[in-house]
Design a protein around this ligand. Structure first.
Ligand SMILES: [Fe+2]
Length: 237
């Protein structure tokens, strides 16, 4: 974790925002994925906002924290694309703008309410490029060789995993990236409320993804909307 990243301030913000008298509870929903969201089917309550809403709803320190995670996301994406063998001149187009500072980014503050006995979060892959997590409590597991293993709680470290959009754009590169299957175990009632900070690096949701090979030739493409709809279908099939 970079020294200049004020993760303690972000954690404090995350703890405060779901309090019963918190003004953040009144942040409106923008579509299905943004705003103050409490789902019925799992233990999650979250405040989720895309980059262009950070300045409006997050305090300056938190908006800055988000932009610092943007920088980390771009560094990780660039290194992955470098190792994939896709020529650098193709990265911005391949990533729907993300690798050049565009695309869509979410900064979400998530709570798992331990008084609800539901599954924390069923096994799934993330749809975007890169997910950056501040793991503060046990419960997150990733699938490795068919088995779920715990992601260790390591102070001073962020957990980073790759999603479906990165898998898609590296398909014809020299080195395809796998989307990591992960889940969150149900929290027991004696566990404390579990807080988490999650950053999602995504393409523009109304944009296009391109599959380049190592010579810079286009081998395929998809609109982001179609790719995500296909993934959704596989999930519910
Ligand atoms: Fe996830």
């Amino acid at each position: 974790m970079p020294d200049e990243l004020d993760v303690e301030a972000a954690r404090e913000f995350g703890r405060e925002l779901t309090k019963p008298d918190s003004g953040y509870r009144n942040i409106p929903n923008y579509g299905d994925f943004e705003g103050f969201i409490a789902l019925e089917n799992n233990q999650q309550t979250k405040l989720a906002l895309r980059r262009h809403h950070w300045g409006q709803h997050y305090p300056p320190t938190i908006a800055k924290f988000g932009r610092q995670l943007d920088d980390i996301g771009v560094i990780v994406m660039s290194e992955v694309l470098r190792q994939s063998g896709i020529p650098e001149s193709c990265w911005a187009q391949a990533s729907g703008g993300y690798s050049s500072g565009g695309g869509t980014a979410f900064l979400n503050f998530v709570h798992y309410d331990t008084t609800h006995p539901n599954q924390g979060l069923r096994p799934h892959t993330d749809y975007g490029f890169v997910t950056i997590l501040d793991v503060m409590a046990p419960g997150l597991q990733i699938q490795v060789g068919g088995e779920f293993i715990d992601v260790a709680v390591k102070p001073g470290f962020l957990a980073i995993h790759f999603g479906e959009a990165l898998n898609f754009i590296t398909r014809y590169s020299g080195r395809q990236v796998g989307a990591v299957v992960h889940r969150v175990l149900s929290q027991k009632s004696e566990d404390p409320v579990r807080h988490g900070i999650v950053y999602f690096a995504n393409p523009d949701l109304d944009g296009e993804l391109w599959q380049f090979d190592p010579t810079g030739e286009v081998q395929g493409s998809s609109s982001v909307a179609n790719l995500f709809a296909e993934l959704e279908q596989q999930l519910t099939a």
